[in-house]
Design a protein around this ligand. Structure first.
Ligand code: VGL
Ligand code: ZN
Length: 205
Protein backbone atom coordinates (compact mmCIF):
# COMPACT_ATOMS: atom_id res chain seq x y z
CA UNK A 1 0.00 0.00 0.00
CA UNK A 2 1.12 3.51 -0.81
CA UNK A 3 0.96 6.57 1.43
CA UNK A 4 1.54 10.24 0.75
CA UNK A 5 3.23 12.15 3.59
CA UNK A 6 2.65 15.92 3.50
CA UNK A 7 5.32 17.77 5.42
CA UNK A 8 4.65 21.11 7.14
CA UNK A 9 2.47 22.86 4.54
CA UNK A 10 1.91 25.66 7.04
CA UNK A 11 1.49 29.41 6.63
CA UNK A 12 4.87 30.24 8.19
CA UNK A 13 6.66 28.28 5.43
CA UNK A 14 4.71 30.02 2.66
CA UNK A 15 5.30 33.45 1.10
CA UNK A 16 4.50 36.09 3.74
CA UNK A 17 5.25 33.64 6.59
CA UNK A 18 7.94 33.87 9.26
CA UNK A 19 10.20 31.28 7.60
CA UNK A 20 8.97 31.50 4.03
CA UNK A 21 10.31 28.93 1.57
CA UNK A 22 10.74 30.54 -1.87
CA UNK A 23 7.81 29.46 -4.07
CA UNK A 24 6.50 27.23 -1.32
CA UNK A 25 2.96 28.03 -2.38
CA UNK A 26 3.33 26.74 -5.95
CA UNK A 27 3.33 23.10 -4.77
CA UNK A 28 -0.15 23.25 -3.22
CA UNK A 29 -2.35 22.63 -6.30
CA UNK A 30 -0.10 19.69 -7.20
CA UNK A 31 -0.18 18.30 -3.67
CA UNK A 32 -3.99 18.53 -3.73
CA UNK A 33 -4.13 16.64 -7.02
CA UNK A 34 -1.63 13.97 -5.98
CA UNK A 35 -3.70 12.82 -3.01
CA UNK A 36 -6.11 10.89 -5.26
CA UNK A 37 -3.32 8.50 -6.25
CA UNK A 38 -2.73 7.18 -2.71
CA UNK A 39 -4.30 4.68 -0.30
CA UNK A 40 -3.52 6.91 2.67
CA UNK A 41 -2.61 10.56 3.21
CA UNK A 42 -0.97 11.78 6.43
CA UNK A 43 0.52 15.13 7.34
CA UNK A 44 3.01 16.64 9.75
CA UNK A 45 2.72 19.98 11.50
CA UNK A 46 5.68 21.87 12.97
CA UNK A 47 4.30 22.82 16.39
CA UNK A 48 6.66 24.75 18.63
CA UNK A 49 6.18 26.21 22.11
CA UNK A 50 7.21 29.89 22.18
CA UNK A 51 10.32 29.08 24.26
CA UNK A 52 11.66 26.65 21.64
CA UNK A 53 15.46 26.59 21.58
CA UNK A 54 15.61 26.57 17.78
CA UNK A 55 14.52 30.22 17.85
CA UNK A 56 17.48 32.62 17.51
CA UNK A 57 15.71 35.10 19.78
CA UNK A 58 16.41 32.82 22.77
CA UNK A 59 20.19 32.90 22.18
CA UNK A 60 21.54 36.41 22.81
CA UNK A 61 24.34 37.45 20.46
CA UNK A 62 23.27 35.09 17.68
CA UNK A 63 21.49 35.74 14.39
CA UNK A 64 18.93 33.81 12.44
CA UNK A 65 20.57 31.03 10.32
CA UNK A 66 23.63 30.83 12.61
CA UNK A 67 24.53 27.29 13.68
CA UNK A 68 25.22 26.69 17.38
CA UNK A 69 25.31 23.74 19.77
CA UNK A 70 22.10 23.12 21.74
CA UNK A 71 22.12 20.25 24.25
CA UNK A 72 25.04 18.69 22.38
CA UNK A 73 23.44 18.83 18.93
CA UNK A 74 24.13 21.16 16.02
CA UNK A 75 21.21 23.54 15.68
CA UNK A 76 20.46 26.03 12.91
CA UNK A 77 18.79 29.03 14.53
CA UNK A 78 15.47 30.02 13.04
CA UNK A 79 13.15 32.98 13.24
CA UNK A 80 10.20 32.38 15.56
CA UNK A 81 7.86 30.16 13.51
CA UNK A 82 4.98 27.72 13.85
CA UNK A 83 4.13 28.70 17.39
CA UNK A 84 1.42 26.46 18.76
CA UNK A 85 -2.00 27.94 18.10
CA UNK A 86 -0.75 30.77 15.87
CA UNK A 87 -1.97 31.52 12.34
CA UNK A 88 1.54 30.75 11.10
CA UNK A 89 1.26 27.21 12.42
CA UNK A 90 -1.98 26.53 10.59
CA UNK A 91 -2.06 24.62 7.34
CA UNK A 92 -2.50 26.77 4.27
CA UNK A 93 -6.18 27.34 3.55
CA UNK A 94 -5.36 26.34 -0.05
CA UNK A 95 -4.33 22.87 1.12
CA UNK A 96 -7.01 20.22 0.77
CA UNK A 97 -6.97 18.35 4.10
CA UNK A 98 -10.13 16.31 3.45
CA UNK A 99 -8.13 13.12 2.91
CA UNK A 100 -5.59 13.65 5.69
CA UNK A 101 -6.31 10.87 8.19
CA UNK A 102 -3.85 11.84 10.92
CA UNK A 103 -1.64 14.82 11.67
CA UNK A 104 1.66 14.14 13.42
CA UNK A 105 2.88 17.16 15.36
CA UNK A 106 6.57 17.65 16.01
CA UNK A 107 8.94 20.14 17.60
CA UNK A 108 6.88 20.33 20.78
CA UNK A 109 9.83 19.75 23.14
CA UNK A 110 11.50 23.17 23.68
CA UNK A 111 14.91 21.51 24.21
CA UNK A 112 15.27 19.78 20.85
CA UNK A 113 14.32 20.42 17.23
CA UNK A 114 12.50 17.90 15.11
CA UNK A 115 12.89 18.10 11.35
CA UNK A 116 11.76 14.58 10.56
CA UNK A 117 8.17 13.50 10.94
CA UNK A 118 9.45 10.28 12.56
CA UNK A 119 11.93 11.36 15.26
CA UNK A 120 13.42 14.44 16.89
CA UNK A 121 16.88 15.47 15.66
CA UNK A 122 18.60 13.40 18.36
CA UNK A 123 16.54 10.29 17.52
CA UNK A 124 15.53 10.22 21.19
CA UNK A 125 11.78 10.07 20.79
CA UNK A 126 9.52 8.66 18.09
CA UNK A 127 6.37 10.41 16.93
CA UNK A 128 4.73 7.04 16.28
CA UNK A 129 4.52 7.70 12.54
CA UNK A 130 6.46 4.60 11.45
CA UNK A 131 4.33 2.23 13.52
CA UNK A 132 1.18 3.99 12.38
CA UNK A 133 2.14 3.47 8.73
CA UNK A 134 3.09 -0.18 9.33
CA UNK A 135 -0.27 -0.70 11.03
CA UNK A 136 -1.91 0.51 7.81
CA UNK A 137 0.20 -1.94 5.74
CA UNK A 138 2.07 0.90 4.04
CA UNK A 139 5.19 -0.28 2.21
CA UNK A 140 5.78 2.68 -0.10
CA UNK A 141 6.03 6.22 1.21
CA UNK A 142 5.94 9.28 -1.01
CA UNK A 143 6.94 12.60 0.51
CA UNK A 144 5.96 16.15 -0.46
CA UNK A 145 5.83 19.51 1.31
CA UNK A 146 8.24 21.96 2.95
CA UNK A 147 11.05 22.53 3.30
CA UNK A 148 12.85 20.19 0.87
CA UNK A 149 16.29 20.60 2.44
CA UNK A 150 15.13 20.19 6.05
CA UNK A 151 11.93 18.50 7.11
CA UNK A 152 11.25 16.70 3.81
CA UNK A 153 14.80 15.33 3.52
CA UNK A 154 15.15 14.31 7.15
CA UNK A 155 11.79 12.58 6.98
CA UNK A 156 12.95 10.72 3.88
CA UNK A 157 16.16 9.54 5.57
CA UNK A 158 14.21 8.23 8.57
CA UNK A 159 11.63 6.60 6.28
CA UNK A 160 14.41 4.69 4.51
CA UNK A 161 15.87 3.61 7.85
CA UNK A 162 12.42 2.45 8.95
CA UNK A 163 12.27 0.18 5.91
CA UNK A 164 9.83 2.01 3.66
CA UNK A 165 10.37 2.27 -0.08
CA UNK A 166 10.89 6.00 -0.04
CA UNK A 167 10.22 8.53 -2.79
CA UNK A 168 10.67 12.29 -2.57
CA UNK A 169 8.41 13.99 -5.12
CA UNK A 170 10.79 16.73 -6.22
CA UNK A 171 8.29 19.01 -7.97
CA UNK A 172 5.98 18.80 -4.93
CA UNK A 173 8.58 20.35 -2.64
CA UNK A 174 10.64 23.56 -2.47
CA UNK A 175 13.89 24.23 -0.63
CA UNK A 176 15.16 27.01 1.61
CA UNK A 177 18.62 26.42 0.03
CA UNK A 178 19.11 24.69 -3.31
CA UNK A 179 22.69 23.71 -2.41
CA UNK A 180 21.42 22.23 0.83
CA UNK A 181 18.79 20.21 -0.99
CA UNK A 182 21.33 19.02 -3.60
CA UNK A 183 23.42 17.57 -0.76
CA UNK A 184 20.44 15.95 0.90
CA UNK A 185 19.26 14.41 -2.39
CA UNK A 186 22.68 12.78 -2.76
CA UNK A 187 22.37 11.34 0.74
CA UNK A 188 18.81 10.08 0.14
CA UNK A 189 19.88 8.31 -3.06
CA UNK A 190 23.03 6.91 -1.43
CA UNK A 191 20.88 5.32 1.27
CA UNK A 192 18.46 3.74 -1.20
CA UNK A 193 15.70 6.33 -1.56
CA UNK A 194 14.41 7.81 -4.81
CA UNK A 195 13.90 11.33 -6.07
CA UNK A 196 11.01 11.35 -8.53
CA UNK A 197 8.74 13.72 -10.43
CA UNK A 198 4.96 13.86 -10.00
CA UNK A 199 4.48 12.90 -13.65
CA UNK A 200 5.43 9.33 -12.68
CA UNK A 201 2.42 9.30 -10.32
CA UNK A 202 -0.19 11.39 -12.08
CA UNK A 203 -0.36 13.47 -15.24
CA UNK A 204 -0.39 17.23 -14.78
CA UNK A 205 -2.89 19.43 -13.00
C1 VGL B 1 11.44 23.34 9.08
C2 VGL B 1 13.16 24.63 9.82
C3 VGL B 1 12.61 24.69 11.09
C4 VGL B 1 10.80 22.59 7.94
C5 VGL B 1 10.87 23.37 10.34
O1 VGL B 1 9.58 22.33 7.98
O2 VGL B 1 11.55 22.26 6.98
N1 VGL B 1 12.58 23.96 8.84
N2 VGL B 1 11.45 24.06 11.32
ZN1 ZN C 1 10.47 24.38 13.18
Amino acid sequence: MKALLLIDIQNDFLPGGALAVPQGDVIIPLVNKLQDSFDLVVATQDWHPSNHKSFAVHHPGTSVFDTIQVNGLEQVLWPVHCEQGSMGAEFSKELDTGRVEVIFRKGTNPEIDSYSGFYDNGHLKSTGLANYLRGKDITDLYIAGLAADFCVSFSALDAIEEGFNTFVIEDATRAISLEGFAKMKGEIIARGGSIINSTSICHGL
